[in-house]
Design a protein around this ligand. Structure first.
Ligand SMILES: [Zn+2]
Length: 473
């Protein structure tokens, strides 16, 4: 007689194990205790994968709550204004950094606390995976960093680092190898929230790009340009003309033929403008490919993937550069940012930014409608209500669906980034448990392989984290 085994439920039979990830900085483990944090993750949102901020000089993914924003209902109830500095939150093995002048980058904030060494054993016991998560955010006051920096159009050093500069490329490969060889990790994720000179000059992002500080015009980029048959002098000349166009726009001095026509005239006169933009984008792709190859040479089982910047949701130009079929060649996974709550005010910033020059003749609401059309958003609010409302979960569904189709048939897994309490202006939309739940549901309904709760646990309220848990299944 057969044993009375109950049949598998429909859910067990059809739903594969989904990746439930959360981004968390070292400070949360120090402030709240490793076991307590992991208990919360498992109990509140069925988290099975940690994306630990192992390196950054930015507050977006490390440190406590951003000063000026309300502290969440867990963790130390004071800001780390005086102690946050950034750097590597893991031990640094100097042998991986012999071929770069940037060698001293251990974060001083938390003493000798090595977040991977401390957290991985507990995570393993619970069956949780650990992925190193880092971004290319640096600061000016670091020894040797000037030899990695990009050059602005003016020739001055930028705060950002150049992907074509071997000093930076070697550093990226060094830190990747350091983690891959030194720790029992499951993967590495890296993100670069930057773009090329053409996009930056036009202010085509939700951030505050300053036209004059576009990059990169360093010796390595110039050599790379020449190899591609791009004349660096013509490029510089073109960007100086573009700068004049943008400055005039900011001063409200409309060109006689209008903004859009005048921009096209510049692009036709100086095709180097777009060639320089693509050179930058290709150098980022080459960096991805080099890091991917490095990790696989150490251990093919370690996953390597990328955080794709939120600008992908706003700028058609930036979106055109995020060719997912191309990226999938060197991506085990893609974290496509789909932060729907803060997307509202970010889209408003993007519309205001590009409306100052490139689209200076188009009324803002019309410009927004145009973007909704070309980006395929069908259910979002008009400009006046957008910051207060945020984007809908339908946006998450549409973006996840688009990415799903683009990478279908490849090895790349799709893990949308979901917004939990990313700081917004006082009058802008705030996350709710229902909103987070709906965003997670939309991501899975679109066929995502997982989600990454973002940006960092230290800014999330627990009720909203539990909202993510409600979105599963
Ligand atoms: Zn450069």
């Amino acid at each position: 007689m057969a044993a009375a085994v109950p049949p598998a439920t429909k859910a067990q039979a059809t739903v594969p194990a989904k990746m439930m990830g959360i981004q968390v900085g070292a400070v949360s483990f120090v402030d709240e205790g490793i076991e307590k944090v992991l208990d919360t993750f498992q109990n509140d949102a069925a988290i099975n994968t940690l994306f630990i901020a192992t390196f950054t000089y930015g507050r977006g993914i490390a440190g406590r709550q951003v000063p000026g924003q309300p502290l969440p209902d867990h963790g130390a109830q004071t800001y780390d204004t005086g102690t946050f500095y950034g750097g590597s939150y893991t031990a640094v093995d100097p042998k991986y950094f012999a071929d770069t002048p940037f060698k001293s980058f251990r974060a001083p904030d938390l003493g000798n606390f090595d977040v991977l060494a401390e957290v991985i054993p507990s995570a393993r016991k619970r069956g949780m995976k650990t992925i190193c998560w880092f971004e290319d955010v640096f600061r000016k006051d670091l020894p040797g960093i000037d030899q990695l920096e990009e050059k602005e159009l003016s020739g001055a050093n930028a705060t950002t680092l150049c992907f074509n500069n071997p000093n930076y490329r070697n550093w990226l490969l060094g830190i990747t190898e350091n983690w891959a060889r030194g720790y029992d990790i499951d993967g590495i994720m890296w993100g670069s929230e930057r773009q090329g000179a053409f996009s930056n000059m036009l202010g085509a992002s939700h951030g505050q790009a300053e036209g004059g500080h576009v990059t990169c015009f360093c010796q390595y980029c110039i050599a790379e340009a020449k190899q591609r048959g791009i004349d660096p002098d013509r490029a510089r000349e073109g960007f100086l003309e573009l700068q004049k166009f943008v400055t005039a726009g900011h001063q409200g001095k409309r060109p006689v033929d209008g903004y859009y026509v005048s921009l096209w005239r510049l692009m036709l006169r100086y095709p180097e403008l777009l060639a320089w933009e693509m050179l930058w984008t290709d150098s980022l792709r080459e960096t991805y490919a080099a890091m991917y190859a490095k990790v696989k040479s150490v251990n093919p089982a370690i996953g390597m993937g990328w955080h794709i910047w939120h600008n992908n949701s706003f700028s058609p130009l930036y979106r055109a550069e995020q060719d997912l079929t191309e990226l999938s060649k060197y991506s085990d996974f893609l974290k496509m940012v789909m932060y729907n709550n803060c997307a509202g005010e970010r889209m408003v910033n993007y519309i205001r930014g590009t409306g100052r020059a490139m689209y200076g003749d188009v009324p803002p609401q019309e410009l927004l409608d145009f973007h909704y059309r070309v980006l395929d958003y069908k259910n979002e609010k008009p400009l006046a209500e957008l910051a207060g409302a945020g984007f809908s979960s339908d946006y998450v569904y549409r973006e996840a669906r688009r990415a799903r189709v683009a990478i279908e048939g490849t090895k790349t897994r799709l893990w949308p980034g979901i917004d939990i309490d990313i700081p917004t202006a006082r009058t802008s939309s705030k996350c709710t448990p229902e909103g987070v739940r709906d965003a997670v549901r939309a991501a899975f309904r679109a066929g995502s392989d997982g989600v990454i709760l973002s940006r960092k646990y230290s800014e999330m309220r627990l009720a909203n984290l539990r909202g993510a848990g409600l979105g599963i299944g």
